[in-house]
Design a protein around this ligand. Sequence first.
Ligand SMILES: Cc1ncc(COP(=O)(O)O)c(C=O)c1O
Length: 406
Amino acid sequence: MQFAQRLQPLQSNVFADMDRAKAVALANGRHLIDLSLGSSDLPAEAHVIEAIAHSLHDPSTHGYLLFNGTRAFRQAVAHWYEQKFGIRVNPETEVLPLIGSQEGTAHLPLALLNPGDFALLLDPGYPSHAGGVHLASGQIYPMPLLAENGFLPVFADIPTPVLAQSRMMVLSYPHNPTAAIAPLSFFQEAVAFCQEHNIVLVHDFPYVDLVFTENGKESSSIPLPPTPCPLSSSLVPSILQADPDKSVSIEFFTLSKSYNMGGFRIGYAIGNAELIHALRQVKAAVDFNQYRGILNGAIAALTGPQASVTSAVNTFRQRRDTFITALHRIGWHVPTPNATMYIWAKLPSSWSQNSMEFCTQLVKQTGVAASPGAGFGKFGEGYVRFALVHEPSVLETAVERIAEFL
Ligand SMILES: Cc1ncc(COP(=O)(O)O)c(C=O)c1O
């Protein structure tokens, strides 16, 4: 059989290699502590489950939903966004439901790139951003993220010939895997740059709520608010705050992280009406939208009590503190991240250029699974990502095993 060339770049996948390494460790009787996947171990809220369960018993939810989802969902999203960021969005033309943010960011390049066009991507970055560009037969220009630049790209370093053929730039802060945060001034610079060069600006924003600092200062554990409580304003900027006219920007959100709904596959895009329309056109050829009952669950999450969001932030902050303290205790000095559910750790010098080997040996010898930095791009080499998806006591055990390994 002959397969399309665009499949070639999708062949190598370090996460598939890590899956194999995990399976070998399990087969050898290791007790696995899996810190390699950013899939929250916390449950979805009861009122969300109830809304979905209620929908299941309503046959009117069982048919195709078609392309725009429901007005109630789009209005809930527009209301949620306005409360968080103080910017109005038109629920009819500027909001689109997605089967997760990954689906949307991976499909968008099909609407923007002709074969050979460039997409400017963060390196390291989330793998589906690159995957979508490959599926659209585009080219990737990796914008290096270096610790000395706060893991922000330097736009002035992009070569002019690349810029001339660039159609889109993808940013994503708070950032997976480095956990870096971007200030509004950086987004303003990005918007001006994309306007000047006629480039679409994409912002993937799954960690909008998983933030531990306020105005650059660590915020202490937040007391749980009374229920029901209003949505709090965001501690990190949205790209549309830098582009309130929505001239070049589109932003992607998910319920996977804030509301622990990763398996439910529900997200949404907000932004420039032409971009929303173009993405809807691509999706119309591919899917008939998410099940209406899941949309109803998402409405319950976005408009209902928000105590679980605060509780998740406190949980991940506590896990972060436990893990960082334990790493420091064993002599592995890693900066404390201000957001996300990840620790981005520079490897000890003896492993510095072989993150894949480090992770393979670590899981084989100790059962602790982490993600090799190289899996997120060339500039991720030399690092390893730990996802804090277990209780503090399990994280302590993981660090004890890492200490023995090192
Ligand atoms: C940057 C980024 N985008 C997208 C996703 C996936 O989001 P969803 O579950 O909505 O597809 C993740 C999940 O880890 C992520 O880190």
